[in-house]
Design a protein around this ligand. Structure first.
Ligand SMILES: C[S@@+](CC[C@H](N)C(=O)[O-])C[C@H]1O[C@@H](n2cnc3c(N)ncnc32)[C@H](O)[C@@H]1O
Length: 253
């Protein structure tokens, strides 16, 4: 990787960030581990995107095709520091490659995750359609920079991929269109109520063995904190695996 993989302000609660003594202590702690391998495969400490893990393989950091894809396509520090989440997405896409069904991303933002998947799994989208849904404009929860015409920007970025890019408010934009059979769905719109309605609408279309990856199942701060209970209320007795990345993983049986 060409830039640091962690971003202190993004990783620490605001009360900690504002106290310079705390920052200095924390930075010293992190730097001490940097000598023994920080954010390296088989290193002493992985620290990024709210995840702190000691003595883990983090083998994905040693996969140069994968790290090159993230380096190439990430448009922000956030998209770089969420590299473990990107690894989960690539794994899920690969796991569903043999299934009969399309791939869907609810909440596409600027299209970085499908681009990373496409680089890591060349040809994955030639055998199926990738359906991408987003407002492609700022909503009340959005706090980053968007290109002036985000929709056209994403269309240009994904021009080489067999994708149907649908601009509009979910869940209606999905109910108006959408694949009949879904092998892999990435549900990542960050609104509990919308995710509940969407999941109820598309769950029956997920084929047996298909995977749903929930982008913010495990995050406990606003605006994410109600997402887990919203998803569980739809899935009933089925179980979601909460991941340290904040994602949730569900395999349809
Ligand atoms: C966390 S971002 C998605 C990140 C993206 N999946 C990735 O991996 O890079 C959440 C996205 O959901 C979109 N969104 C929020 N509410 C929406 C709605 N009602 N309909 C469509 N998109 C929505 C936002 O515009 C934003 O781009």
């Amino acid at each position: 990787m060409t830039q640091p993989l962690y971003d202190l302000p993004a990783c620490l609660p605001s009360g900690v960030v504002e106290d310079q003594d705390n920052i200095n202590r924390f930075t010293g702690f992190i730097n001490a581990f940097a000598h023994a391998g920080l954010n390296l495969p088989g290193g002493a400490l992985y620290f990024a995107d709210g995840v702190m893990a000691f003595f883990r393989q983090t083998g994905f950091l040693g996969n140069q095709d994968f790290t090159a894809a993230v380096d190439k396509h990430a448009l922000s520090v956030t998209e770089r520091t969420t590299i473990w989440r990107a690894h989960t997405s690539v794994w899920a896409a690969k796991s569903c490659a043999g299934l009969d069904g399309d791939f869907v991303e609810f909440g596409t933002h600027l299209g970085t995750t499908p681009l990373v998947i496409n680089d890591c799994l060349p040809g994955i989208f030639s055998a199926r359609t990738l359906w991408l849904y987003d407002l492609f404009e700022a909503d009340e929860q959005y706090f980053g920079d968007l290109p002036e015409d985000a929709f056209a920007f994403v269309q240009r970025r994904l021009a080489g991929i067999n994708a149907r890019i649908i601009k509009g408010a979910l869940p209606d934009s999905f109910l108006d269109s959408g694949p009949e059979r879904i092998a892999f769905a990435h549900l990542d719109v960050t609104h509990a109520q919308i995710e509940r309605e969407l999941l109820a609408a598309f769950l029956d279309r997920v084929v047996p063995g298909g995977i749903i990856l929930f982008g913010n199942y495990g995050h406990c701060l606003a605006p994410y904190r109600d997402i887990q209970s919203a998803i569980d209320s739809v899935l009933g007795q089925y179980a979601v695996l909460e991941l340290p990345t904040g994602q949730g993983l569900f395999v349809k049986r």
